[in-house]
Design a protein around this ligand. Structure first.
Ligand SMILES: NC(=O)c1ccc[n+]([C@@H]2O[C@H](COP(=O)([O-])OP(=O)(O)OC[C@H]3O[C@@H](n4cnc5c(N)ncnc54)[C@H](O)[C@@H]3O)[C@@H](O)[C@H]2O)c1
Length: 261
């Protein structure tokens, strides 16, 4: 029996960006299900289908959908299916990012125009796409909570994070503009900013294990954060307990971001 408080009883939550058991999206989907939500978990393409369908089956009230967020027809299919199957939508978690591998190594200066555009489209603009599609379904419920996953590399230079740092800065500004647009309709938009966690996306950054070690040595809590801690913060942000918070970046990084030396 889970000890997770049933903060999302009767809520409908869409969690975008699950790839495998290490994904932040998977930990969040699992936590939301334990908290009583009906969860729709999405994965990007057929590469992830077999694993994600089996993992989803292990949760209470979890359905799955294949959706590449850069493909308008797939986004339409996802939100039409939610509209058909459910009575609106309360929560969206955007846990999606991508950059070309060669842009996550060496000098930022060498980023190609194509690499710049891909990173921004996938890692930032897809939040706007998801928020726009979710809005009518959230209005049916009298409001909602949208959250995305960012990283401290948006504000401070982290070696090799390069284009993703620039895309995360865009994502955070994107989140604030959405929060301003959607706030009058009682839709909140926030970002969680986890410290480094060993996931597939993170392993694409050159020198990632050094990042983990550095954060562990310097964070006030003297350890790395994990996906369970991010899932707990996401549960708070999805629930009514965070009803007064919008447009914020909430760090879940064992305090690393407050340090200078
Ligand atoms: N792991 C970390 O250290 C860390 C720290 C801070 C923030 N984040 C952020 O958390 C989020 C989730 O990453 P993760 O670490 O769980 O890794 P992950 O690889 O498990 O998740 C990234 C997901 O993005 C999906 N994705 C990429 N392009 C997509 C597209 N076009 N359409 C739909 N989905 C697409 C991938 O399929 C994958 O499921 C990302 O935004 C990442 O930047 C991660």
């Amino acid at each position: 029996m889970s000890s997770t408080p049933r903060l999302l009883e009767g809520r409908i939550a869409l969690v975008l960006g699950a790839a495998n058991k290490w994904s932040i999206a998977w930990a969040v989907g699992k936590r939301f299900s334990e908290a009583g939500a009906k969860v729709i978990l999405t994965y990007q393409d057929e590469r992830f289908a077999e694993k994600m369908i089996a993992m989803c089956a292990s949760l209470e009230n979890c359905s799955h959908f294949c959706c590449d967020l850069t493909q308008p027809a797939q986004v339409d299919a996802l939100f039409s299916s939610i509209d058909k199957e459910h009575d609106g939508l309360d929560v969206v978690v955007h846990s999606v990012a991508y950059a070309l591998r060669e842009d996550l190594d060496g000098r930022y200066l060498d980023t190609s125009c194509e690499g710049f555009q891909i990173a921004h489209t996938v890692s930032s603009y897809t939040l706007t796409i998801a928020a726009r599609a979710a809005r009518p379904l959230m209005l049916k419920r009298g409001g909602g909570s949208i959250m995305t996953m960012t990283y401290h590399g948006s504000e401070r230079v982290v070696p090799n994070y390069n284009i993703m740092g620039v895309a995360k800065a865009s994502l955070e500004a994107n989140m604030r503009y959405l929060a301003a647009d959607l706030g009058p309709e009682n839709i909140r938009v926030n970002a969680l900013s986890p410290g480094p966690i060993n996931t597939s996306a993170a392993r694409g950054i050159a020198g990632f294990t050094t990042m983990l070690q550095y954060a562990r040595d310097r964070a006030p809590l003297r350890r790395n954060t994990d996906t369970e801690e991010v899932a707990d913060a996401a549960l708070f942000m999805a629930s009514n307990l965070s009803r007064g918070i919008t447009g914020e970046v909430i760090y879940v990084d064992c305090g690393y971001n407050i340090t200078a030396m």
